[in-house]
Design a protein around this ligand. Sequence first.
Ligand SMILES: Nc1ncnc2c1ncn2[C@@H]1O[C@H](COP(=O)(O)OP(=O)(O)OP(=O)(O)O)[C@@H](O)[C@H]1O
Length: 308
Amino acid sequence: MSSEIDSTETEEEPATSTTDSSSVTTTGESQEKIQDEWTDYEFDGETKFSVTDLDVWYGDDHALQSVSMDIPEKSVTALIGPSGCGKSTFLRCLNRMNDRIKAAEVDGTVELDGMDIYQDGTNLVELRKRVGMVFQHPNPFPKSIKDNISYGPRKHGDIDTGLFARLLGRDDTEEELELVERCLKQSALWDEVNDRLDDNALGLSGGQQQRLCIARCLAVDPEVILMDEPASALDPIATAKIEDLIDDLSEDYTVVVVTHNMQQAARISDQTAVFLTGGELAEYDDTDKIFENPESQRVEDYITGKFG
Ligand SMILES: Nc1ncnc2c1ncn2[C@@H]1O[C@H](COP(=O)(O)OP(=O)(O)OP(=O)(O)O)[C@@H](O)[C@H]1O
C-alpha cells in the first residue's frame, strides 16, 4: 500500500527529489514519492475527461488513491501497470461501471466534457451510450451478426423494425442495414462477414467476435470507447487487426485502453498513464516520453521489467 511506502519518506526531503531517494522493497518495487509534475500532463487539444482526486475502495481495499488526470479527446490513452494496481477500476470509473459492484465506493470527481458524471441525477443509460466499453473476452450476444449491432439502437428506440412499425409502414429496415454496414466497415469486419449477416455471431473467430463487439459499441454513437485488455485473448494476427482498428478509431473517438502489453501501449497510444502498486498514478505523459525517458525510477523499473 502506498501509505506504507509514503511513511518511509522524511518530511525534510526536498520536493524535487526524484530517483536518488529510492530504495528497493521486498516486492522489487522501489520506494519513491510521486512528484506532482510527473502526473500533471499538459497536452494540446480539448479535454474529454477531467478526473480529480479519485479514490476507490472495495470494502477495506483502497484500490485507487487520489488519482487526478485529464484525458484528451480523439486520441488513445493507455493505462498500464502491474496486476492489481487499479487500471480496470479506473477505467470503470469513466462510465460508472463500478456502480454495479456492491462493495465499490467512489470519491472524487470525473468530468466528461466539463460535467461531473457522479453528480446526482446523472442518466446512466445516456452516460454509457456516450462512453461505451469493450471487454477482455469478446462477449457477443447469441444472436445474428446483424442483431448484435442493431440491438442497442433498437433498445434505445433509435431504430424500429418491430411488427407494429412494419404494420404501420414505419419500420426502419433500410436504416438498420445501413447502420449494420457502417459499423461493420468502421470495425474492419464488413469484408469478412457481409455475406452472412444472419449467421449466429458465436460462429465467428475470437478476433472477429471482438471486432463485432467494437461494432456493437459503435452502433449507439459513442464519443468514448473504453477497452479493457481488448486483445489479450487473441492471437497475434487478430491482435494486429485490433491495434490497427484502435488507431483508426482515434480519429473520431476518444479511446482509453488498459493493456498488460507494454509494446502494445507503445505502439497504439498517444499518451500513457502508469499506475503502480496501491492504486497510485505514478506518471502520465506522452507515450514516447514514458517509454524513452520516464521521470520516475519506479516507472523505469517497471518498464524495463525489474518488477511487475
Ligand atoms: N469487484 C471487485 N470486488 C472487490 N475488489 C476488487 C474488485 N475489482 C477489483 N478489486 C480489487 O481492486 C484492486 C485493483 O483491481 P483492478 O482489477 O482494478 O486492477 P488491475 O490493475 O486492472 O489488475 P489486472 O491487471 O490484474 O486486471 C485489486 O486489489 C482488486 O483485488
